[in-house]
Design a protein around this ligand. Structure first.
Ligand code: ATP
Length: 465
């Protein structure tokens, strides 16, 4: 069973070094979170696994790392300056601001709220008697459009000409580099470009831990295809993404697909689906898949004056703007989902054991080496094995000597370490009751099963697993 409440997970993340509140010693900065030593390992593993799956293991994919700051015209062409806005309402009593559509969504269900026009939101909040979440009063202003892009200035003078935006998505960096990638990598349609990087959105109501923040990381793919072939590739990507999440341990019964209504579609999309996860507070978007058609290329061609058409290498008369299928993953939101799904409380001999059943592919630590006691010669033997495993396998190992063995097992369970290796007096040939000389105990996180393995077979044994 996944975590029953978000608080359980937030507390474990703080306690065990996964995620800390941002700027904490100064009283924090609302809705900012810092990944701690184990959080950054988990995050890197998720990103590497994603990259390996969608870039390295596919001949039709390449990667990119484009700038966060881009020419302003990019955002004019993409429609973000004119349309990347949410419906903001303000409580006239306490002046707290909220996303009007989200307030309605919570009461009415997703779809009706998403297709509402701006001027329908305030009257509907009043009719439905949806009060301010802060002060409980029912006094809403009219809804107005609030652009979500963060602004800053490039250079020393803060003048209009120096205005730049922090990118609100990584996708546009891919479109503006399409020509460069095509010319240098000799790619043929269909092919895709992947990018992982930070995005910034001045969200009106961030919250639910790392689910919605103003600075977050995306993992995005733009997949370029011939016009008229979108249906096939849309379905293929839907399947590939679904497989990625479920292979990494997300339960199918807590995932669902939500198809956007025609009225709800973004300005660039002819079809969008969200894969939603059942979070402790309800269903929420984990991932989006959109058919962007040739919207982006025709806009960038128009605004830049550059020819962005693709010419078929086998038929130079065949020249067209590629169509685009976009699988868009939230990195932080995916990590939150993996952690919620992995969080488990179970009864073991009348005690509650908290264990993070993370897939071994993404667990921050592969193996913990634990000397049974602090006796010097035992610790030295364990250290020798620790170095051997690191050098021979390249696995991430933790070495822990503090506290009782029970406490150390509990810590490793809470951080999701799949296996613990215990070095005891049997290993040294001093206590046959603990085990034979030169053998160690390997403990499995999920089954709690223990097996005795000879140290000469240790590296092949842990590698094989
Ligand atoms: P939402 O409806 O939740 O605001 P969205 O439809 O605006 O999301 P997209 O623009 O499709 O999101 O972005 C792709 C992915 O990026 C989302 O599926 C989500 O996982 C992630 N994402 C978007 N906004 C945020 C945010 N503020 N904080 C964390 N992750 C985000």
């Amino acid at each position: 069973m996944p975590a029953a409440s978000l608080d359980q997970l937030v507390s474990l993340c703080k306690r065990r070094g996964f995620v800390f509140p941002g700027s904490e010693i100064y009283g924090g900065l609302a809705n900012t979170w810092d990944y701690g030593p184990l959080g950054v390992e988990l995050k890197n593993r998720v990103k590497n696994h994603w990259w390996k799956t969608f870039v390295h293991r596919r001949a039709d994919m390449v990667g990119l790392d484009s700038s966060i700051l881009m020419n302003r015209k990019v955002w004019e062409a993409s429609g973000h300056i004119s349309s990347f806005a949410d419906a903001e309402v303000e409580c006239k009593h306490c002046h707290q601001r909220f996303r009007g559509d989200k307030l309605l969504e919570e009461k009415l269900g997703t779809e009706p709220a998403a297709v509402l026009k701006l001027d329908q939101i305030q009257p509907m909040l009043m009719t439905e008697k949806i009060c301010c979440l802060n002060c409980g009063k029912l006094q809403w202003t009219d809804a107005r459009k609030f652009n979500l892009m963060f602004k800053t200035h490039q250079g020393v003078v803060e003048e209009e000409a120096a205005l730049v935006y922090m990118r609100p998505e990584t996708a546009q960096g891919i479109f503006v580099n399409f020509r460069n990638i095509l010319d240098t990598m000799r790619m043929r349609l269909p092919f895709g470009v992947a990018q992982i990087g930070k995005a910034f959105r001045n969200e009106i109501t961030p919250g639910n831990f790392t689910f919605r923040t103003r600075e977050f990381e995306q993992m995005e793919i733009e997949y370029f295809i011939e016009p008229g072939t979108s249906e096939k590739f849309f379905d293929e990507w839907n399947e590939a993404v679904w497989k990625w999440y479920t292979d990494l341990g997300i339960g199918k019964d807590r995932l669902r697909v939500r198809e956007h209504d025609k009225d709800e579609l973004s300005h660039y999309s002819s079809r969008t689906i969200d894969i939603e996860y059942k979070f402790p507070w309800g269903w929420g978007e984990l991932f989006g898949l959109a058919n962007r058609g040739d919207f982006d290329f025709s806009q960038h061609q128009k605004f830049s004056g550059q020819d962005l058409a693709y010419t078929d290498p086998d038929d130079p008369k065949k020249k067209f703007l590629p169509h685009v299928i976009e699988p868009s993953f939230g990195c932080d939101r995916s990590i939150l989902t993996f952690m919620l799904e992995a969080y488990t409380e179970e009864k073991v001999k009348d005690e509650t054991r908290v264990v993070m059943k993370l897939s071994p592919e993404i667990a921050p630590v592969d193996i913990a080496i634990l000397p049974l006691s602090k006796k010097e010669h035992l610790v030295a033997k364990a250290q020798e094995l620790y170095k051997k495993i690191i050098h021979e396998t390249g696995l991430v190992c933790d070495f822990d000597v503090t506290g009782s063995i029970g406490k150390r097992y509990r810590r490793q369970d809470e951080i999701g370490t799949p296996r613990c290796i215990t070095v005891d007096f049997g290993t040294l040939g001093e206590d046959i009751a603990q085990g034979e000389r030169d053998t160690v105990t390997i403990r499995d996180r999920d089954t709690l099963g223990q097996e005795r393995v000879h140290i000469h077979q240790l590296t092949t044994h842990v590698h094989r697993r």
